[in-house]
Design a protein around this ligand. Structure first.
Ligand SMILES: Nc1ncnc2c1ncn2[C@@H]1O[C@H](COP(=O)(O)OP(=O)(O)OP(=O)(O)O)[C@@H](O)[C@H]1O
Ligand SMILES: [Mg+2]
Length: 238
């Protein structure tokens, strides 16, 4: 379980995150919504040790991991899938996956690889081909698969549906739900609020570096007008 408490992130020119508290629980998808510049990415990156935490705490399964080095955070069981997928295009699909399992032994890595292929059969089909030839949606599945190779208990996803065709968005978000149903705690940053809410258990909305709404997804859905007021019209289509 992930617990972010009163987190502050500062860059040279601005305070991007100002006292954010939120969490993620096993088997559940927590959706983080917010307009451009709200501080969503900064929150995820600070939790993963990729940008400095100015103040506040990050706890993973009760242990304080605030300011831990990123590779140690991975070893502790939490992994971030950054925006933009970033697969290694010339390497094969399988080589990309094996890179994600660098923290595990060879045997363990084989076992986890088999599970990732069960979850994403398309990756097994394409395992010998270059990752660069996968479609955008398939590359996102590969980015998920690579993250799963470290056997995370918490996974942080930064806008996985970005730039994908609507049908692909649906299958990517379906995969997000599958990861939670496999028992992982998922923190999902998603621009497509309506589609995100379909797979989410709870919703946190951020504006200008602060949490402005937190509640069950059902409540957020019925409160769409409240969210719209916080996030602006563009955040909710339909
Ligand atoms: N490396 C950086 N240096 C300076 N300022 C930054 C840096 N990264 C982000 N910021 C600023 O911090 C604020 C929050 O940015 P952040 O990327 O966390 O927002 P976001 O909610 O992820 O936005 P988006 O929806 O555009 O991805 C913004 O004002 C942004 O310009
Ligand atoms: Mg962002």
């Amino acid at each position: 379980m992930l617990e972010i408490a009163d987190l502050h992130v500062r860059y040279a020119t601005a305070e991007a995150v100002r006292g954010v508290s939120l969490g993620a629980e096993p088997g559940r998808v927590t959706l983080v919504l917010g307009a451009n510049g709200a501080g969503k990415t900064s929150t995820l990156r600070a939790a993963a040790g990729l940008v400095p935490v100015h103040a506040g705490h990050v706890r993973l399964e009760g242990r304080d991991i605030t300011r831990r080095a990123p590779h140690k955070v991975v070893r502790d069981g939490m992994v971030l899938v950054p925006e933009g997928r970033r697969v290694f295009a010339p390497l094969t699909v399988e080589e990309n996956l094996v890179l994600g399992g660098y923290t595990a032994s060879r045997d363990r890595s084989r076992q986890v690889l088999a599970r990732v292929y069960e979850m994403f059969p398309i990756l097994r089909e394409r395992r010998g081909g270059p990752a660069g030839l996968l479609s955008g949606g398939e590359q996102q599945m590969l980015a998920f698969g690579r993250a799963l190779m470290s056997s995370p208990r918490v996974i942080l996803l930064d806008e996985p549906s970005m730039g994908l065709a609507p049908t692909m968005v649906e299958s990517v978000l379906g995969a997000v739900r599958d990861m939670a149903d496999a028992g992982i705690a998922v923190l999902l940053v998603e621009q497509n609020a309506d589609m995100g809410m379909e797979v989410a258990d709870s919703v946190v909305a951020m504006a200008r570096g602060e949490v402005v709404f937190a509640g069950a997804a059902a409540e957020a859905r019925s409160n769409a007008s409240v969210l719209r007021a916080f996030l602006g019209e563009a955040a909710l289509v339909g």
